[in-house]
Design a protein around this ligand. Structure first.
Ligand code: ADP
Ligand code: ZN
Ligand code: ZN
Length: 697
C-alpha cells in the first residue's frame, strides 16, 4: 500500500498522543503493524504504522494550509502487533490517562525494541535496514523448568459441576456466538477450576482459535508451569517477570508467528500477539497483582474485557473469592455467574475457628500465639504433618487498636482507619487530611490499652522458636524472596521436609497445593482488615479465605485458626462460615453510601517531588484546574484533598494526593487527561494518575 500512513512515534512523552502522517514512497510496500524509521524534527526515530490517511493533499486542520509531508525513510516488515492491538492501546491510553507511546510499549517486548534500535543504527550508518527479526530457533527452551521425570498430566474425568461449567464456556466461545457475556466462575478452593480452564482451552484449540490464560505472578511456580506444559506441550508460550529479555522475546515471537496457540502468564500476557483469539481466562481475578503500579496503571480484568470486546473472544473470570466488581457486574446482568460450590473430592472446606485475642490478653497471655494455636501446632508436630502461618503486614500503615474491645479510631467522612504518626503523636486521615489527637483511653470502653499495631514476620519467627526449638521453619517474605527463583526454592524446601512450618506474608496464601498441610494459622487478621483503605475488608476476607483453602486439600482433614481482636468483624465471620454474603452485605452498604467502587468511580492522582513545598504548590494548582474543568463539573465529580499520602515519603520523594470521585459510569481518565494536557508541570515534580485504583496509599 502506498499513500499517506499514520505513524505512532515511540517516544515516552505525554505530548505525543496521536499518530503523525508520513508519505509512503512509491517503491515501498508498507502494511499496518510495520516498524518504520522517520524524521521527527531533527531526530531520526522509530515508529509503527497504525493506519492510513485519505489520499490527496494533506491539509493542516488548524491553518488550512497544504503541508509537505516527510517520507518514510525505511521500514521493517511486521506485523509487530495484531490488528486489534492499536485500538486496544488507544483505549488504554485514554481510559487510564496515560501517554499513547507508553501504552503501545505494553505490546512490544523489550527484546524487540533492542532489535529494532539496532536496525535504526544500521540505517544511519549504511542507509538500509536489515530485517532483524528471525523465527525462533527450536533449541533449549529456557522457560521450561519442568523435570524430565514429571508425573504426565492427563485431562481428569470431570465432575458434574465441572462439566456444566465447561459446557457454559464452550457454548459461549462457539464461532458464531459473538455477543456472549463474560463468565464469572466462582468455585471454592480445590473445586477444580483449573481443570475446567485447561479443558476449555483444549476445546477452543480444537476449533482453531487461540487462548490466553492469566495467573497471578506469584502462582507462576515451576509446579503450575509444569502442569500446563504437560497438557499443551509445544503449543504453549509462558510469559512472566522471571524471564530475561531474550527469553521473553522468544516466547513473544512464538505467539506472533503462530508457532503456539496458547499463552500463559502474568498480566502482561494479555498483550501477546495471538491472532484468532477465542478465549481469555483470568484466574484469581480478584488478585491485586493484576493492577500495574506504574504507567499505564491498568487492571488486567478491565483490559481483558476490552480485549474480548474487540476480538469477540470469551472472557472467563475465575476465583474462590470474586472481586466486588465482578460480583456486581453479575448482579446487574452484565456478566454471567457459574458456581462450583464443592471441592472435587467432596471433602468439606476446613473448619475455621476464630480466637479472640482480647480474651487472651485479659487472661494474661501477652505472646503472639494464642493457647489454642500453640496447642494445634503441637498436635501437628506430633502427627508429623505441616502447617502454614500467615503474618500479613504492610510496614507503613500503623493504626491504634484497643486491646480490650478492638476499637480502631477511624475517619467519619472517609470510612477508613486513621494512621498513627509517632513523631507528631497524632492521628491523620490520608484521604481528607483531617488530624485528630491520640485519645488517652479507648473512647468506646475506656480501656488504657490503646496500642499501636505492628510486629512483622521476623518477630513471629523468633517467638516461634521459644516454643518449637528445632521444628523446620521456612520463612517467606519480601526479605527472603528478593533473589530470583527464591520463591520457588522455598516452596520446594517446604515440600521436601516430612514435617515443617511455612511462615510468611500473603505470599504463603496463593495457589500452591500441598496435600500434607493440615493446619493454617493466621497470627493477626486485624493487620489486613484495618489498612486505611476502603478495600481493606474485602482484601482481608479474600486473603483469609485464600489461606484457609491451603488446609486439608487431600485426604487429611484441615483446620484453620484465625487470631483476631475483632472476631465480630464481618470479614472474620464470613471466613468462619465460608459465606461471603456476611461480608458483602455490609460492604455494599458502605460502598454505596461513600460512592466507592463498584458503585462509584475513583481516580487517585499522586504528586511527588524532592521538596515538600513544590509538592504543595503544584497540588494546589492542580486542585484549582480540576475544580474548574467543565467536564468534571458536568458529571458532578467531587474532589478530596490534596492531602499527604499514607506513604507520605517514598524514595526521598514527598507524596501528596488528590482523590476524585464520580458516578460508576463516569470515565474519569479521559477528562483528567484533557486537564493535564493544558497544564504545564515543573520537570522536578512527578505526577501519577491512577484510574480505578486498587488502593490509595
Ligand atoms: P482449583 O483450581 O479450583 O483450586 P484444581 O483444578 O487445582 O482446583 O483442582 C484441585 C485438585 O483436584 C487438583 O489436584 C486436580 O488435579 C484435582 N482434580 C481436578 N478436577 C478433578 C476431577 N474431575 N477428578 C479428579 N481430580 C480432579
Ligand atoms: Zn476499647
Ligand atoms: Zn477522612
Amino acid at each position: 500500500m502506498s499513500g499517506v500512513a499514520q505513524i505512532v512515534i515511540s517516544l515516552a512523552t505525554r505530548a505525543i498522543d496521536a499518530p503523525f502522517a508520513y508519505v509512503v514512497p512509491n517503491d515501498m510496500q508498507v502494511e499496518i503493524g510495520d516498524a518504520v524509521i522517520v524524521e521527527l524534527g531533527a531526530q531520526t526515530v522509530l515508529g509503527f504504522v497504525v493506519g492510513w490517511e485519505k489520499e490527496g493533499a494533506y491539509v493542516d486542520a488548524k491553518s488550512g494550509k497544504v503541508i509537505d509531508l516527510k517520507p518514510i525513510l525505511a521500514h521493517i516488515p511486521g506485523p509487530f502487533f495484531t490488528s486489534y492491538s492499536y485500538e486496544l492501546a488507544v483505549w488504554i491510553a485514554r481510559y487510564y490517562a496515560a501517554p499513547l507511546s507508553e501504552s503501545l510499549k505494553l505490546f512490544l517486548p523489550i527484546g524487540l525494541a533492542v532489535r529494532l534500535k539496532k536496525a535504526l543504527s544500521n540505517y544511519s550508518a549504511t542507509g538500509e535496514v536489515k530485517m532483524p527479526v528471525r523465527r525462533p530457533r527450536k533449541t533449549h527452551d529456557a522457560t521450561d523448568n519442568t523435570q524430565l521425570n514429571d508425573l504426565h498430566h492427563k485431562p481428569e474425568k470431570l465432575t458434574e459441576g465441572q462439566r456444566e461449567a465447561l459446557t457454559a464456556v464452550i457454548q459461549d466461545s462457539a464461532p458464531r456466538n459473538t455477543s456472549s457475556k463474560p463468565i464469572v466462575l466462582e468455585g471454592v478452593t480445590g473445586s477444580g477450576k483449573t481443570e475446567v480452564y485447561l479443558q476449555a482451552i483444549e476445546a477452543v484449540r480444537q476449533i482453531g482459535k487461540t487462548a490466553i490464560m492469566l495467573v497471578p505472578e506469584i502462582s507462576l511456580t515451576p509446579q503450575t508451569v509444569g502442569r500446563i506444559r504437560s497438557r499443551f506441550g509445544d503449543d504453549v508460550a509462558v510469559l512472566h517477570s522471571g524471564l530475561s529479555d531474550g527469553e521473553r522475546y522468544t516466547q513473544w515471537e512464538k505467539a506472533r508467528t503462530g508457532d503456539c496457540g496458547v499463552v500463559i502468564g502474568a498480566r502482561s500476557a494479555l498483550f501477546a500477539p495471538l491472532s484468532n483469539l477465542g478465549l481469555v481466562i483470568v484466574d484469581e481475578e480478584h488478585d491485586s497483582s493484576y493492577k500495574q503500579n506504574n504507567s499505564p496503571r491498568y487492571h488486567a480484568r478491565e483490559v481483558a474485557e476490552k480485549l474480548c470486546e474487540l476480538t469477540g473472544a470469551l472472557l472467563v473470570l475465575g476465583s474462590a473469592t470474586p472481586s466486588m466488581e465482578a460480583l456486581h457486574a453479575a448482579e446487574i446482568g452484565a456478566y454471567r455467574m457459574v458456581k462450583l460450590p464443592e471441592r472435587v473430592n467432596k471433602h468439606p472446606l476446613p473448619q475455621v475457628t476464630l480466637v479472640d485475642l482480647r480474651r487472651e490478653f485479659t487472661e494474661g497471655n501477652r505472646s503472639m500465639f494464642s493457647r489454642k494455636l500453640l496447642d494445634a501446632l503441637s498436635q501437628v508436630r506430633e502427627r508429623n504433618e505441616k502447617a502454614i502461618l500467615l503474618m500479613n503486614r504492610r510496614g507503613f500503615a500503623n493504626f491504634l487498636l484497643c486491646r480490650e474491645c478492638s476499637y480502631v479510631p477511624g475517619c467519619e467522612s472517609c470510612s477508613t482507619s486513621l494512621t498513627y504518626h509517632q513523631t507528631q503523636h497524632h492521628l491523620r486521615c490520608h484521604q481528607c487530611n483531617c488530624i485528630k489527637p491520640v485519645p488517652d483511653q479507648c473512647p468506646e470502653c475506656q480501656s488504657p490499652y490503646l496500642r499501636q499495631f505492628g510486629g512483622g514476620v521476623q518477630r513471629v519467627a523468633s517467638d516461634f522458636r521459644d516454643y518449637f526449638e528445632d521444628w523446620p521453619l521456612v520463612r517467606m517474605d519480601a526479605d527472603t524472596t528478593a533473589e530470583k527463583g527464591a520463591h520457588g526454592r522455598l516452596l520446594e524446601e517446604f515440600a521436601q521436609h516430612p514435617s515443617a512450618v511455612l511462615l510468611g506474608t500473603q505470599m504463603v496464601a496463593k495457589g500452591h497445593d500441598f496435600p500434607d498441610v493440615t493446619l493454617v494459622g493466621v497470627i493477626n487478621a486485624d493487620v489486613t482488615l484495618n489498612l486505611p483503605d476502603f478495600r481493606a475488608a474485602e482484601r482481608g476476607y479474600q486473603l483469609l479465605e485464600q489461606v484457609a483453602g491451603r488446609a486439608g486439600r487431600a485426604e487429611l482433614p484441615g483446620e484453620v485458626i484465625v487470631q483476631t481482636y475483632s472476631p465480630e468483624n464481618p470479614a472474620c465471620r464470613a471466613v468462619a462460615a465460608h459465606d461471603s454474603e456476611i461480608l458483602l452485605e455490609n460492604e455494599r452498604i458502605m460502598r454505596k453510601s461513600f460512592g466507592y467502587p463498584p458503585y462509584g468511580s475513583l481516580c487517585n492522582i499522586v504528586i511527588s517531588s524532592s521538596t515538600e513545598e513544590k509538592v504543595e504548590r503544584f497540588s494546589a494548582r492542580l486542585q484549582d484546574v480540576l475544580r474548574k474543568s467543565d467536564d468534571l463539573r458536568s458529571v458532578g465529580a467531587t474532589l478530596l484533598g490534596p492531602a499527604p499520602c499514607i506513604l507520605s515519603k517514598k524514595s526521598r520523594q514527598y507524596r501528596h494526593h488528590i482523590l476524585l470521585k464520580a458516578s460508576a459510569d463516569t470515565e474519569l481518565g479521559p477528562m483528567i487527561q484533557d486537564v493535564l494536557k493544558e497544564l504545564s508541570k515543573p520537570a522536578d515534580v512527578k505526577l501519577s494518575v491512577d484510574v480505578n485504583p486498587t488502593d490509595t496509599f
